[in-house]
Design a protein around this ligand. Structure first.
Ligand SMILES: [Fe+2]
Length: 331
């Protein structure tokens, strides 16, 4: 199912050799039985997702692929040649929804539509109009961040699937492992202090306007950058998005101190430059799976507006048990 496996740090690379055969038909058939509509091919968090997952697990290609992926035991996986290139949107997104349901519980990205599968591609500029927008809506670069950092329960994982790679020099995907950030910070006295401060001090993350109730409504979520570990073998969980924190501090001056500003600036320097990173232009038909609590991700700038990825976020707990609006974030 997975061949040519190699590793760089905490990231595993492999080629998928999936014999989809009639299994794509089986997936579509099962989903057609459970979904009354495919919600514009974006699907939604299904109310009976636990049972649906059991049914999908009987589809051989899905079961084998999931086993191979979980067997990699990694913070990030890049799987080439998934075998979904050129498929109609409903079949492709059905396969991606089914795959992510094998790994956890896909969450809704869009509050209005409830879509699980989110198109990462440039939106027409007139739709953006100077609001505090989010990375998935625009061309250009994305600073290193974790997804849903400004909500109470950031999803544990997400996938990106490349429908159309950018046909320009840019659009590289970037990943930085939390452990490498930790090590970079431990190298200096200043860095060690910054790590301690960011592990103990809650910082305000401002919710981007597109998710907040109204454009003039300022919402913030307060949490430390390095939270307690929730998995054996890990040092901490991480949430990070520098632009959202800076806007959060502007909105909550009571939490703003020179020490915190300095620690955040150092963390940003390490995230953007100091720590070792994976950087690659992912080809069409590649699946990237990332641990959103232990890795930062970003992308280099691009200009090709045909670049198109699908992003699905995956929670460890069923949607019915999740709290707060974290099922509705897009970034
Ligand atoms: Fe993101």
């Amino acid at each position: 199912m997975l061949t040519s496996i190699s590793r760089i740090g905490k990231i595993a690379f492999a080629k998928a050799a999936i014999d989809w055969n009639t299994d794509l038909d089986s997936i579509l058939e099962i989903l057609l039985k459970h979904f009354d509509s495919f919600n514009g091919n974006g699907f939604y968090a299904h109310p009976n997702e636990v049972q649906l997952r059991t049914e999908l697990a009987r589809v051989p290609a899905l079961a084998h692929f999931t086993e191979g992926l979980l067997g990699l035991r990694t913070h990030g996986a890049v799987i080439y040649n998934l075998g979904l290139a050129g498929l109609p949107e409903d079949r492709r997104n059905a396969a991606l929804y089914a795959l992510t349901l094998m790994l956890g519980y896909p969450t809704s990205t869009d509050q209005r539509t409830g879509r699980v599968a989110w198109d990462v591609r440039a939106r027409p500029i007139e739709e953006i109009d100077g609001r505090f927008t989010t990375f998935s809506e625009r061309i250009g670069s994305a600073d290193m961040h974790t997804d849903s950092s400004f909500y109470p329960m950031p999803e544990e994982q997400f996938i990106l699937y490349v429908v159309n790679a950018a046909r320009c020099d840019g659009g590289h995907s970037l990943l930085v492992d939390g452990e490498d950030i930790f090590e970079a910070l431990q190298r200096t006295e200043e860095g060690r202090k910054a790590f301690d401060l960011l592990s103990t001090t809650p910082v305000p993350f401002r919710v981007p306007a597109i998710y907040a109730a109204g454009d003039n409504n300022v919402e913030v979520h307060v949490a430390p950058v390095f939270g307690p570990s929730r998995r054996p073998g890990t040092r901490f969980t991480m949430r990070w998005r520098y632009d959202s924190i800076k806007k959060g501090l502007d909105a909550r001056p009571d939490l703003d101190t020179p020490e915190l500003r300095a620690a955040l600036a150092l963390m940003n320097e390490v995230a953007e430059h100091g720590a070792v990173r994976f950087k690659d232009q992912l080809p069409t038909d590649t699946l990237m799976l990332a641990d959103n609590h232990h890795m930062l991700h970003g992308r280099t700038t691009y200009t090709d507006e045909r670049r198109h990825l699908i992003r699905i976020r995956i929670s460890d707990v069923p949607n019915a048990e999740r709290i707060g609006p974290s099922g509705v974030v897009r970034d």
